[in-house]
Design a protein around this ligand. Structure first.
Ligand SMILES: Nc1ncnc2c1ncn2[C@@H]1O[C@H](COP(=O)(O)OP(=O)(O)OP(=O)(O)O)[C@@H](O)[C@H]1O
Length: 307
């Protein structure tokens, strides 16, 4: 299998610039700065990162909704030009490329999608709306934020895409709707040749669902790999004794509370821990939380050094 067939998305050295809010007359500033991303075909890739890390901007570039200034993007074997473009056929995303007129109802959207998107399955769209409990005649501008998200998801899923790109699909969903969406996405992935790229802060229920993890910090990918390998690479340790500077150097993203210090530690470094330390295998959410803390602490240390 060529790399293009084995990867639904290949991003190399991506740079995306946005206008500076602080200096509106200055040129656009890069907020994605040399990012690499590969999304294996047939797998679920989860993109994580702190607020403002550049996840949405990256996904907008990958869906052709935002121009990029350097690097390359290939989606389903098609190279995207640096200008704003339509994504190749077979790609659906949330939020979609075009916003719907605010007075439209789901019936208008079904009609428009059916005409515009080859393979749009109106029956599946209607079934998803029923499952999500979206009122058919409600105007889009009168839907709650969670319902608007569900409408967008139904519209994306009914396109029967090979590649589904979702930015924060769980935001605004109640716990039941969230759980049901994970089930819908599991069904989607059970289909042949399906790939999911999802940016989320919410990793609950992602065990045994997420295959690949990409962590973005300040516009670059700082960690990427398959979830099970990352879980094998680290242990979660709890230390209830004093953490010396030497010991701290081997801890990843440590946090100290009254109950002691908790951190990730590379499996090879675990031998250097105090004998009273307890160790166990971390889950995805724990890995991400500690890696995010490590990235934030590194950024703060860099800023201090630069002063
Ligand atoms: N249109 C814009 N104009 C100016 N700045 C922007 C614009 N879009 C994004 N940015 C800036 O780019 C940076 C990255 O934003 P982005 O939305 O990609 O982050 P994110 O990782 O998706 O964050 P979050 O998790 O909070 O959604 C932020 O500093 C943001 O303020």
């Amino acid at each position: 299998m060529s790399e293009n067939r084995s990867h639904a998305v290949i991003v190399r050295g991506l740079e995306v610039r946005v206008p500076s809010a602080a200096k509106p007359f200055a040129g656009p500033l890069p907020v994605v700065r040399g990012l690499d991303l590969t999304v294996p075909t047939g797998q679920v890739t989860v993109m994580v990162g702190a607020n403002g890390a550049g996840k949405t901007t990256t996904l907008r570039a990958v869906t052709g909704a935002h121009p990029f200034s350097a690097g390359s993007i290939e989606v389903l074997g098609t190279a995207l030009g640096p200008a704003r473009v339509r994504p190749p056929q077979g790609v659906a995303s949330l939020p979609g490329i075009s916003a719907h007129p605010r007075r439209w109802t789901s019936r208008h959207i079904a009609r428009m999608r059916k005409d515009a998107v080859p393979g749009f399955d109106v029956t599946w769209f209607e079934e998803l709306l029923t499952a999500f409990g979206i009122p058919r005649e409600q105007e889009v501008n009168r839907l709650s934020q969670g319902q608007a998200t569900q409408l967008g998801l139904a519209s994306a899923l009914a396109q029967d895409p090979r590649l589904l790109i979702l930015d924060e699909p769980f935001a605004h969903l109640d716990p039941l709707a969230r759980t049901e969406l994970v089930d819908v996405l599991r069904c989607f992935m059970a289909g042949e040749d399906r790939t999911l790229l999802i940016a989320t802060h919410d990793l609950e229920g992602m065990e045994r669902f997420a295959d690949q993890l990409v962590m973005v910090s300040r516009g670059v990918d700082v960690v990427s790999g398959d979830v099970e390998s990352l879980r094998d690479e680290f242990l979660l340790c709890a230390i209830d004794s004093e953490v010396t500077t030497e010991l701290e150097a081997s801890l990843v993203g440590p946090t100290t509370t009254g109950a002691g210090t908790s951190a990730l530690v590379a499996v090879d470094d675990a031998v250097g821990l105090p004998t009273t330390a307890t160790l166990r295998r971390p889950d995805v959410s724990e890995i991400v939380t500690h890696l995010l803390r490590a990235a934030r602490d590194d950024a703060a240390a860099e800023r201090r050094t630069a002063r």
